[in-house]
Design a protein around this ligand. Structure first.
Ligand SMILES: [Zn+2]
Ligand SMILES: [Zn+2]
Length: 255
């Protein structure tokens, strides 16, 4: 199973793309600005898009993606999310005011995109990969996702989250966990803001990781631009017993 990091930054700027992860060539987790680096043929191969929550850095390029591949695909792209996430997309993005409602185009019978409600703790099987939705703690209703393949390899993605119990409880139920992509958006000195924005700092993440029974390779995402070095140094200090990689857009991992 290939995990391609299209974007994972907490902001924009040269080389920085917001959250989007391509699994093999047909599954997308979130649709931030990293999607914009794909070739048209790569975009057309994406069949399933799982959205962690409604914040703009995780959905910004979904409208452009479906517009770009409009003439390229015959079957609708399936978009999955919590009821609140799908409602936010319909009400605030695909509302004919900000962007056309591509779930009705070119017609309602065979649109380019279909919305699917995905409740927490439910799974969707796509080929030999199973994607499971795990509730997390954020400013808006949000989930992370776990992707397991037929060989028993597993990759989990936290989405955006503050300290919580649900993610760790769900991950502990997995027989194994190879790789965990988890956010740590702010340095320890910005703990007050991180609590308001409901993101991790290295110290809070280190505390929460004590709840995890696995020792996965940690891929750290969502670092605020300009603070990458500070956060990275704190991560290596607080998470010394883990293999820790501060990922960037363009990275690929095979598990
Ligand atoms: Zn968010
Ligand atoms: Zn975010």
């Amino acid at each position: 199973m290939w995990i391609s990091i299209l974007g994972c930054s907490g902001g924009i700027g040269p080389g920085n793309r917001t959250t989007s992860i391509l699994i093999d060539d047909d599954i997308l987790l979130d649709a931030g600005s990293g999607v914009g680096d794909l070739q048209l043929q790569q975009m057309a191969k994406i069949r399933h898009i799982f959205i962690s929550h409604s914040h703009l850095d995780h959905i910004a390029f979904l409208p452009f993606l479906v517009d770009s591949i409009f003439s390229q695909i015959k079957e609708p792209i399936q978009v999955y999310g919590l009821p609140e996430t799908i409602k936010a997309l319909k009400d605030h993005i695909f509302n004919w005011s900000i962007w056309p409602d591509f779930s009705e185009l070119p017609n309602k019978e065979n649109p380019v995109m279909q919305f699917n409600i995905m409740a927490p703790h439910t799974s969707i099987q796509v080929g030999d990969r199973k994607i499971t939705s795990i509730p997390v703690e954020h400013v808006v209703p949000g989930v992370g996702f776990c992707v397991e393949n037929a060989e028993g390899k597993s990759f989990a993605f936290s989405g955006d989250t503050a300290t919580n119990n649900s993610l760790w409880k769900a991950l502990n139920k997995l027989p194994s966990l190879n790789t965990l992509m988890i956010e740590s958006g702010y340095p320890n000195s910005m703990e007050a803001l991180s609590k308001m924005a409901q993101h991790y700092t290295p110290a809070i993440l280190a505390d929460d990781l004590k709840k995890l029974n696995h020792k996965p390779h940690l891929l750290i995402s969502h670092l605020k631009p300009g603070m990458e070095i500070q956060i990275s140094e704190e991560l290596h200090e607080y998470l010394a017993e883990y293999q820790v990689t501060c990922i960037k857009s363009g990275d690929s991992i095979q598990i």
